[in-house]
Design a protein around this ligand. Structure first.
Ligand SMILES: [Zn+2]
Ligand SMILES: [Zn+2]
Length: 278
């Protein structure tokens, strides 16, 4: 129905509307066809539309390594109590649990870490497929699953940047894809319904380093000093730094220091997978 002052809309049967409706139907069916048909983790066929949207099957989701394990709220290492804290102390602590002994001895420059599961089979295969197999559609489900675990408000979600050389080699930054998905999905009650922004290019890689995985753990922190730059004022902002995997935490620590120097009031780190302590 047309109202005074409104633009007259074309009749529903007009050729323009019929073409639009056809395009919408085709678009929806194309989007459905583009969803994965097989579980990214076990390769079994996905029949459930919800599982197809997720990208992996329900039994794989439930069996991710350490997906429900208690983790240190600061560094996301599994079993934060371990031999050092009795289980009762964890249960008696804040709802999120107490920081692990390592975080209490030497608090890292970030307040919280959120991880989906351990970097172990089959989650490692999924991350390698995203990173090197160009299975970029996996970033969306990963980001949504991570966003569901974030119980604190955020203003800004920043991917850990690749160097210009590595970005050129790979063609995309998997961390940016995950960060974008997290920002899109985050916005529940804990965040007062407000979705954070996600921005590439705020944190920049100042120089090209050899891959961290090729360096001894002890040397990573020293090699990373001054590796990042920050291109905007973050004063008072609650910032999340996003990457696919956290191993020693050295990359996140240096990026968090850079964000803090730019004024960030709160820094969290968010990773798809956490490498367990060896
Ligand atoms: Zn599966
Ligand atoms: Zn910890």
């Amino acid at each position: 129905m047309d109202y005074p002052g409104a633009w007259p809309s074309p009749p529903a049967t007009s050729p323009a509307n019929r073409a639009l409706a056809l395009l919408r139907r085709r678009g929806a069916s194309l989007a459905h066809r583009l969803l994965p048909r097989c579980c990214a983790l076990c390769s079994l066929p996905l029949d459930d539309p919800a599982e197809r949207r997720l990208g992996w099957c329900g039994s794989c989701a439930a069996s991710l390594p350490g997906v429900d394990a208690p983790r240190c709220p600061v560094c996301a290492q599994r079993d934060p109590g371990g031999a050092l804290l009795p289980r009762t102390a964890i249960l008696a602590g804040p709802a999120r649990g107490l920081p692990c002994q390592a975080c209490r001895n030497a608090p890292p420059p970030y307040e919280r870490t959120v991880a989906l599961a351990d970097y172990a089979p089959p989650l490692d295969r999924l991350i390698l497929a995203l990173k090197f197999g160009h299975a970029v559609s996996l970033a969306g489900p990963l980001g949504a699953a991570l966003a569901a675990r974030i119980d604190f408000p955020l203003d800004l979600v920043l991917p850990i940047p690749l160097s210009a050389q590595r970005l050129a080699e790979r063609g995309f930054n998997q961390s940016w894809l995950i960060a974008r998905a997290i920002a899109g999905a985050h916005g529940g009650a804990a965040t007062r319904g407000k979705s954070p922004a996600h921005e590439a290019g705020v944190l920049t890689r100042v120089r090209h380093d050899p891959p961290q995985s090729l360096q001894p753990l002890r040397e990573r922190a020293a090699n990373l000093r001054g590796a990042f730059g920050c291109q905007r004022d973050l004063t008072g902002l609650r910032v999340a730094l996003v990457d696919d995997v956290m191993t020693s935490g050295a990359t996140f620590a240096e990026a968090a220091r850079t964000a803090r120097n730019a004024g960030a009031a709160f820094v969290a780190t968010i990773v798809a997978a956490r490498t367990p302590r060896s």
